[in-house]
Design a protein around this ligand. Structure first.
Ligand code: BG6
Ligand code: BG6
Ligand code: GLC
Ligand code: GLC
Length: 950
């Protein structure tokens, strides 16, 4: 008898062990899991794996842990864990830093979790409304941080596209949508209150930040609750999907999806498969389904059913309760496994669940629970060990000391989970000293901290971010300005002057001669000798000298300025030993000039850094000629004055015949392009084209850009040499960009948002932060160390977070500049396209200017936005390698030939093909050629001829 009982017990033991054996993972099996997890973590970071990796490694755009300077009053939502919470979080900074929180838990009924997206978000907004009412704060437009505990693809902190629902949610029409937009729309639908949604945050990230507020070493956030997931601070250089190499960004691993490619199927049991098949997302989140609270009870239930079927439990009777999915919630699992409970109490819990069994049954169920939860903790530990080792190795450390912030009911309430997890980590990552820090306050606090940081930056920078919609609007406005400038009636009052240049064609390859070019108005004053020869093919030889133009000369009398130019020219000719020659001179003068012929330029107004008296309203060619004559030691013949945009277009046109736009993004900004003569009402004639210098820097001087100008733009303007003028230029060009950044930094520092509120005299000095610094700080590799260097020179001791923030400010300011230029350039491209009457424009834009050339990202951003704003175009951006001097020489070449042909005549000189001349000269339809211009072999639109008009 005794032996029969013993045998029965032994048999029962054997069969129970057989069922539970696959749950008892050997150290070897765990190490294998660790290795596989490590591989998946690495794969997820790779750009080429973005679509296919099962561990998604989602960038979160959270770039630092809290530094104690956060402050303000915030609303937080916490959706996706066991409870849905709405919170009010008040954060105080400084020495008495503190966080006060008020929260309310709301239920989300199952039919809403699995209804439509609209219903879900309407319900959330309904709960917010109740909370605001309850707290008596309905009127305030509070900033909101949204903890949304599902995988989201983010392109910024305030946007999150749901990749796929996990856990118990399955609302329709949400996957692939931006959940922030959905929340915003639901708020709009309700139309009762407004909120400023600043950040969307995964619960792991919120947890890391909550704990990071207490412990700066906390760089990992772990959730072991309804779901299972981890986030951590990763080096930017390892995140291929995000631009930039400096600093860190938090990555939401979404490791719950580990194994979805089958890589851990060897350790999955039949029970895991049952659970998966019965879930809302079969085949997905396989690791999560073995490790998190939502599924552990389900696994237990599957095993219990099996054991009952085998007659090992509940007298072989499967009760109704046992058939109910979800009866074993995590909390029951935790209770059953508690050592403090007597068997009788376990039995009572089971009875409450409708499972009426003997004490022996209770022992078995408890053992099953233990096996399942232990496996979960060990698997979770193996995953964490993989991450820890990765971080240790990435940083080249012998030992890694790190804090892991943890939250979740499984970790908090289960009697053994946290211990087993810690032991496993120790076993598998022995070189890591890990402190586990329990998040007491939930992730809402962390979300509020993130919101505080994002909000303070956004406050200043929000207005600088221009949506495509705004840019298209700016483009349309500029197009109208162009029309006004071209019209005879509106030109006198137009802000965008659209100046005729009397250049009517780009170089055709037949130019030749020996010329001097002056290049005044950009960063440097250059004098060049340009020799264009024509042996077998056209070649250009150039020699350049750079001359200083001291500020007192730029701001002194006009006479002094031109005496200085004449003196430098004398020096140059001396050096070139050509003082005895009278070489033709082309004058690139990079300021707005009214021209009625090539060799006349009446300065309308100084721009940029110049402000010499007595020049505005005068002809700069005459002023320079007079200064040269006054010296009497050499002679020069100024044949053409051209704007730098025109010089640039001509320089680039020399290499690319399709070039019909000249663009400068340097000290100043401006563009010229080839316009149909019939549209230029200020110049007679209807046929052919003429280059128009838009002088777009003045765009906005009539108030038309006020809606997008910021307080910083206004401050720049007030402190400039020409207040109220060149307002577009002041938002865009290099002379102002560094200063714009400086003003923003000062404001942020004053509010304690940067440098711990320290402001130094250097930081307060105008011009101390230069545009070249913006370029250096935005370099992807060494940008942050440059930021540190530059800021240190300004006397502040920047923290890493300061450097990241400053880099962010630089990016926003320079991005805005590139976007604005894309909009105005887009208007020109549309005009060209319409002029040509083609569906798709193919054209080349010649570009010059230090900002475009030196800034590491500018050109790419400009090209990208331009193509987005004008999609029906193929635009080639051609960098002018040799400056505008070469182009100026090309113009001069033609002008010179004209003068040679018609000595002593004072004419309105036009470069290019002239219909009038064609009518007047020679035989019908024949183009008159002057000098060496043998245009006959060229297609007619490439012919360059000279014409003299009345
Ligand atoms: C809470 C956090 O404390 O823990 C939530 O505030 C998080 O953001 C949750 O989702 C995770 O645990 P559980 O067990 O509720 O899923
Ligand atoms: C130079 C041109 O390359 O670029 C000048 O030769 C032009 O004519 C200048 O004015 C514009 O750039 P920056 O940065 O010097 O103002
Ligand atoms: C699920 C979600 C994840 C979340 C985790 C813990 O795995 O996909 O985003 O962090 O649950 O709540
Ligand atoms: C300023 C000048 C303009 C010039 C531009 C680029 O905007 O007014 O003539 O082209 O700077 O140098």
């Amino acid at each position: 008898m005794v032996t029969a009982v013993a045998r029965r017990l032994a048999e029962r033991r054997r069969r129970l062990d057989a069922v539970l054996a696959p749950f008892r993972l050997s150290p070897h099996a765990l190490r294998q899991v660790k290795g596989k997890m490590r591989r998946e973590l690495e794969r997820g970071l790779r750009r080429d794996m973005q679509g296919t990796a099962t561990v998604k490694m989602l960038p979160t755009y959270v770039c630092g842990t809290p530094d104690g300077t956060e402050r303000g009053k915030f609303l937080a939502l916490d959706l996706g864990g066991t409870n849905f919470r709405v919170l009010l979080v008040k954060i105080r900074s400084g020495r008495r830093k503190s966080v006060r929180m008020y929260n309310k838990i709301f239920a989300i009924p199952l039919e809403i979790m699995q209804g439509t997206g609209e219903e879900l978000f309407d319900h959330i907004v309904q709960c917010i409304a109740e909370f605001l009412e309850y707290m008596g704060i309905k009127g305030a437009r509070l900033p909101l941080g949204f903890t949304f505990s599902f995988p989201c693809r983010q392109a910024s902190i305030d946007k999150g596209t749901l990749v796929g629902w996990t856990k118990g949610f399955k609302a329709t029409d949400c996957e692939g949508e931006d959940v922030v937009d959905m929340l915003r729309e639901a708020i709009k639908r309700r139309n009762e209150f407004d909120l400023d949604i600043v950040a969307v945050v995964n619960d792991t990230v919120g947890t890391m930040m909550t704990c990071g507020y207490e412990d700066p070493k906390c760089e990992i956030g772990l959730i072991a609750g309804t779901g299972s997931n981890v986030c951590y601070m990763e080096d930017m250089k390892n995140i291929e999907a995000v631009e930039g190499n400096e600093g860190k960004m938090c990555i939401n691993t979404e490791w719950g999806g580990f194994g979805d490619n089958g890589c851990i199927d060897d350790i999955r049991t039949e029970y895991d498969r049952e659970v998966d098949e019965g879930s809302l997302n079969p085949g997905k989140q396989r690791y999560e389904k073995m490790t998190s609270g939502m599924y552990l009870g389900e696994i237990v239930r599957q095993i219990v059913i099996d054991l009952t079927t085998q007659g090992l439990l509940f007298r072989g009777q499967i009760s109704e309760s046992l058939r109910k999915r979800g009866i074993f919630e995590t909390k029951f699992l935790s209770q059953i496994e508690s050592d403090r409970l007597a068997l009788l109490q376990v039995r009572r819990i089971l009875q409450q669940l409708g499972l009426d069994g003997t004490c022996e049954d209770s022992i078995v169920v408890k053992e099953v629970c233990g096996a399942v939860s232990t496996r979960a903790a060990r698997l979770c530990g193996a995953g964490l060990a993989a991450l820890l080792d990765k971080r240790r190795e990435d940083q080249g450390m012998q030992r890694l000391e790190v804090t892991v912030g943890v939250d979740g009911t499984l970790y908090k309430l289960h009697p053994h989970f946290s211990r087993v997890l810690r032991e496993t980590v120790q076993e598998l990552a022995p070189q890591c000293d890990v402190t586990f820090m329990l998040s007491e306050d939930g992730s809402g606090k962390g979300a509020a901290l993130i919101t505080a940081v994002a909000k303070r930056l956004r406050q200043y920078l929000y207005a600088m971010r221009l949506s495509d919609e705004t840019l298209l609007d700016v483009m349309a406005r500029f197009r109208r300005e162009m029309k006004n400038g071209l019209s005879r009636d509106f030109n006198p009052t137009a802000t965008v002057k659209m100046l005729p240049t009397f250049v009517r064609s780009i170089p055709d390859g037949s130019e030749k001669g020996d010329f001097i070019a002056l290049d005044l108005g950009g960063s440097y004053f250059r004098i060049l000798r340009v020799k264009v020869s024509h042996e077998k093919r056209q070649t250009v030889q150039m020699e350049t000298e750079i001359y200083n133009t001291p500020e007192d000369i730029m701001h002194g009398s006009g006479t002094r300025l031109f005496d200085h130019v004449a003196e430098c020219l004398g020096d140059f000719m001396e050096k070139q030993q050509i003082k005895d020659k009278k070489l033709p001179v082309g004058f690139t003068f990079s300021f707005p000039c009214r021209q009625s012929k090539l060799d006349e330029g009446i300065l309308i107004t100084w721009t940029k850094r110049f402000k010499a008296s007595g020049v505005e309203g005068a002809d700069v060619v005459r002023l320079l000629s007079r200064a040269i004559k006054k010296r009497g030691d050499y002679d020069a013949d100024i044949m053409a004055v051209v704007n730098d945009t025109v010089g640039t277009m001509m320089t680039c046109g020399f290499d690319d015949q399709r070039c019909e736009v000249g663009l400068i993004i340097g000290t100043g900004t401006n563009a010229c392009y080839m316009e149909e003569l019939r549209h230029i009402e200020l110049v007679e004639g209807d046929e052919g084209r003429m280059c128009v210098n838009t002088e777009w820097g003045a765009f906005g001087d009539d108030g038309s850009l006020e809606d997008i100008r910021t307080e910083f733009d206004r401050e720049i303007d007030r402190g400039s040499l020409n207040p109220g003028k060149q307002l577009f230029e002041k938002m865009v060009s290099g002379l102002y960009m560094g200063e714009l950044v400086r003003l923003i930094l000062v404001k942020m520092a004053k509010e304690g948002l940067l440098f711990e509120g320290r402001i130094t005299p250097e930081l307060l000095t105008k011009g101390k932060f230069e545009t070249k610094h913006v370029s250096a700080i935005e370099k992807s590799k060494e940008g942050l160390s440059k930021a540190k260097e530059i800021l240190t020179r300004l006397g502040v001791e920047p923290s890493h977070e300061d450097c990241v923030a400053v880099q962010h400010v630089c990016t926003i300011v320079s991005f805005r500049s590139a976007n604005l230029v894309a909009a105005t350039l887009g208007a020109i491209l549309c005009q060209l396209r319409d002029n040509k009457g083609v569906g798709r424009l193919r054209t080349t834009v010649g570009v010059d200017g230090s900002l475009y050339k030196m800034h590491p990202q500018y050109a790419r951003r400009l090209h990208k936005t331009t193509r987005r704003l004008v999609p029906d175009s193929d635009v080639r951006f051609l960098l002018s390698e040799s400056g505008s001097g070469k182009g100026a020489a090309m113009v001069t070449a033609v002008a010179y030939r004209l003068a040679e042909q018609h000595p002593g005549q004072s004419h309105r000189v036009v470069l290019g093909e002239s219909p009038k001349e064609r009518e007047a000269g020679g035989e019908e339809g024949e183009t008159p050629h002057l000098g060496g211009f043998q245009g006959g072999d060229l297609p007619s639109d490439r012919r360059v001829t000279l014409a003299m008009l009345g």
